[in-house]
Design a protein around this ligand. Sequence first.
Ligand code: CTP
Ligand code: MN
Ligand code: MN
Ligand code: MN
Length: 377
Amino acid sequence: QRRGAEFVMFSVPSYACQRRTSLDNRNAVLTDALSLLADNAELSGDEGRGVAFRRAAAVLKALPKPVTDTTQLRGLPCLGEHSLRVIKDILEDGASDEVESTRRSERYKALKVLTGVFGVGVKTADRWIREGIRDLQRLRDSGPALNRAQQAGLQHYDDLNQPVTRAEADAIAEIVERAVASVLPGAQTTLTGGFRRGKLTGHDVDFLITHPEEGREEGLVPKVVSWLESEGVLLYQKTARNSYLEGRDGPGRPSSSMDRFETCFSIFKLPREEKRGAGQTHGAACGPEAGHKPWRAVRVDLVVSPVSQFAFALLGWTGSKLFERELRRWARHEKAMSLSSHALYDNKQRRYLRAASEEEIFAHLGLEFIPPSERNA
Ligand code: CTP
Ligand code: MN
Ligand code: MN
Ligand code: MN
């Protein structure tokens, strides 16, 4: 079936956690289109369709070369009829009508803007749209009762929708490490999320904190928050206590999909680095206010894990979200195991499988180890 030297057939395993997916995406035009349809499905409350489009996009992200012809995709997993049609339209016509009309639709644009406010989910955005609130100006004016998170989200909208750079993530890491070291010496802070996967920008900065002596980490979040508040670093924070109890909330139980760690979802006030880009002038995108404000708002997530659960928490908070979802699906359907960010439970042996490293968790799951930089599914 080869049509000359240029023609390549692709082959990839079906679960994203069985494949290496680097940041070097050779099919960005196609995956951007499928991601837009996934966003639209999720924004419409159709999570199943959203996942289907995300799985299809993830397959294309794992290919070593650009797709030039749909016949190259024969036999690939996760590419449903709908995704294949979109891919075919783009390869043949340069664009997909469905994607372009979705991109332009008032409802899609309104949902994107409103859910772009920190603290606003799909359900809230949908309700507001039905009430006639479709943009930020209307939201500010007509003022439906906003909760504390949404108020902060609206107030810092521009900053929070500007990607966080790696340099900013490193500056935040320095602050978090100073806070942690001063309230609990010996505690360890690890950068997780997209930056651990090697991404150059992110929508927030994620940290996982632990202490080598089990139990010493208890109550760490409120102490770190007090320290950060006394230094004037926090614009917003919402903390949650640890509510995980093995056995009661173990991964064998239905409630397990929710994390029960001590967490702090926050907004930092990060001083602008004067030296950074000193030689260059502010671009047009950088308005007069943005140029003069000596700080910017950055979303920061802090998670505290007991050391016995650290490997699971590290794996669970490194992402990508689809990679995590696929790991759990693999565990459940192929291994009869339940994986969470707290533990791994073997449903046949009826026991927890311990692990001190990510490598051990992959081994328990019968998977080849995939390093963080290859989890960009
Ligand atoms: N996560 C989680 N529970 C939450 C929020 C996030 O387990 N309540 C996990 C996600 O599944 C993901 C990781 O934390 O694996 C990071 O999430 P997030 O910051 O949303 O995504 P990133 O991959 O870091 O992407 P970005 O760079 O845009 O921040
Ligand atoms: Mn369809
Ligand atoms: Mn993140
Ligand atoms: Mn996050």
